[in-house]
Each structure stands twice: as C-alpha cells, then as structure tokens.
Design a binder for this molecule. Structure first.
Ligand code: ASN
Ligand code: ZN
Length: 321
C-alpha cells in the first residue's frame, strides 16, 4: 500500500527549517535565485541502489524512455509553480538541485521522497501503473522536500496528516497550474491514471470527496474521512497520516472552490504562507494549522472574502479556528 515503507525509510537529511519568510517579501527577490531548475533523472534499472545511473540532466533532450521524460517534466512543473506563484527558488528557497530516480526495484507499488531525492516505482501493473504518470504524485513527493526544508511537520498523527495533506495540496496545484485550470473545473484527484485497468476506482485520493477514490477487492475501500466526525484513530500508517489527511485536504478544496478562480493563487498562497512562514510548529495539530491559515488570510488579504471562506471551510470539516 501507499504507506508501507515510510517507517523503514531513514530520513537522511532532517535539516532544521529555513528561516521564516516575511509574508510581505516580494516574489523573486532572493539573490541566490537562478530562476531555472537543475534537474537530474537517474535510472535504477529495477535495482534499489540510489540514485542509479544518470540518464537525463538539465537541458538534455528527451530520452527514449517516457518514464524518464515524465519525471523530468514533473520536476519542472513543480519548480515552476513554486517560483512563479510563490517566488520560491526550489525546495530550499536557494536553488536546490532536484534529483529523481525511476524504475526503482521491481513491481514497486509506491513513490517517495527519501530526504534527498524522489524515487518512483513502475507499479506491478496489476494494481498500480507507473508512478510518474500523475503529475500531482510527482508534485506530492517533491512537496515532502519543501515541507522538510520549512515547517518540517513530524510524520505522525495530526502533524503527519498535515504533512501528507500539504503534499496533496501542492501536488494537486501542480496539476491545476500545468493545465491552467480553475478550481471549479479541476477534478481534485490525487493519482488519476495510476490505478491499473482492472481496479475499481478513479485515483488514490479525492480532495473533493475523500473516501470515494476507490473500492476494490485488491485495494479495499478508500479509508479517508472528509470531516472530524470520521477521524480515524489508529497506530498503523504512522497514526493514519494518509487517512486523516482527507480532513485538511477537504478543507482546502472547500476553501479554494468557495473562492473560485485559480486555486494556486489565493488559496495556495495562504497554505504556502503557513507552511513556510516559520510559525507552524513541527508537532502542529489540525486546529493549529487552521488558526494559522486564518491569520495568513488576514495578513495577506485583510478582512475580505479569503478570511470568511477559510474560516467557513475549517468549520465545515469540524476543525475549530
Ligand atoms: N507515497 C507515499 C507518500 O509520499 C510514500 C510514503 O512516504 N509513505 O506519502
Ligand atoms: Zn506523502
């Protein structure tokens, strides 16, 4: 399943968060900003040694391998969203080179950020296809890197579910940004196109309707709740980080669709401000995060539609602000 190996994985570089970013700082003023991604794609050739053989570097032409090219494009799309929407130069704000390895292991049913780079499996072809297919999955894994360099949310319980949720939020925004889609036209799915043809489902998760993404003998039923009423208490999956993320995911969906327009612009900006603003604690719970989104909405937009919509969205999912 999609949470299976997180526990075994050592986070090789759990650095402290970079300093708080002043909310009023104009975009693109970082003097170290190059404005260009520095991407490298490696091929594990079905082994598990990382990073594997280098197969495409920045500026190199496409290869014969669609998986390599999708990874390269997905890294570029994520870099472009962070820079053009939020003025952030890569994951660390200082032009960090982006590395991804593809064809990891055999029939590997997952993708992950290992603390330094992204890793993508090919899927087993029975349940999952190639994990580079959905650009939001690439954005999700990269956002784990952004979180590591900023709020560094602890990967357990509610802070872990927030860590997962912000990866889904910016992952889905990478897709919407790439397609130049407004919130009302977007599907709000994570991992569309990833499920193998025989599987009953549309994606890994749905931010619009958590709990409805799949229902299949091999996968079970999508376990995500949309509101606190359905909050799942479990010790599995680091305390249900991929389950309860449905709640903040749905709050973001409600907020963004209530506002309308391009979700990465105002809704995404507020989530970005909270994630990178230096006030979010590593062990924050949903209510801590929600209060900071309200404060960020006020700081950025004043007493306006954003403030009302974000407050309402959290109330709709049962989180107090
Ligand atoms: N694909 C999963 C994720 O990024 C892998 C993991 O970290 N458990 O959340
Ligand atoms: Zn994740």
């Amino acid at each position: 399943t999609l949470e299976a190996d997180s526990a075994q994985r050592t986070r090789r570089r759990l650095t402290t968060a970079v300093g708080p970013r002043v909310l009023t700082e104009p975009a693109g003023q970082d003097t170290s900003a190059t404005g260009k991604p520095r991407r490298t794609i490696h091929d594990c050739e079905h082994g598990t040694a990382l990073p594997g053989e280098k197969v495409r570097g920045e500026g190199d032409p496409p290869t014969q391998d669609a998986t390599v090219n999708r990874a390269y494009a997905g890294l570029g799309a994520t870099f472009e969203l962070l820079l053009s929407a939020y003025g952030r130069d890569s994951l660390d704000g200082a032009g960090l080179p982006l590395t991804a390895s593809v064809h990891y292991d055999r029939e590997y049913n997952n993708a992950f950020w290992d603390g330094d780079q992204m890793v993508f499996g090919d899927g087993d072809g029975e349940v999952f296809l190639d994990f580079t297919i959905p650009v939001d999955v690439i954005g999700h894994e990269l956002t784990h890197g952004l979180t590591q360099y900023t709020a560094n949310l602890a990967y357990y319980g509610q802070s872990g579910a927030l860590n997962e949720s912000v990866s889904d939020v910016f992952g889905v925004l990478v897709k919407q940004f790439t397609l130049d889609q407004t919130a009302d036209r977007a599907d709000w799915l994570i991992g569309e196109g990833l499920l193998a043809p025989g599987v009953s489902g549309v994606a890994l998760r749905s931010m619009k309707a958590p709990g409805t993404a799949y229902d299949d003998p091999a996968l079970g039923k999508d376990p995500q709740p949309a509101t606190m009423e359905g909050y799942v208490r479990t010790s599995r999956d680091n305390g249900g980080v991929h389950i309860n993320s449905g709640i903040p995911n749905h709050a973001f969906y409600l907020f963004a669709t209530q506002l309308g327009g391009k979700a990465w612009e105002r809704a995404g900006q507020i989530w970005f401000d909270v994630l990178t603003g230096g006030e979010l604690e590593v062990d924050a719970d949903f209510a801590d995060f929600a209060r900071l989104t309200v404060a960020a909405a006020r700081a950025r937009f004043g007493d306006a539609a954003e403030l009302e919509a974000v407050t309402k969205a959290w109330s709709q999912v049962g989180v107090a602000t």
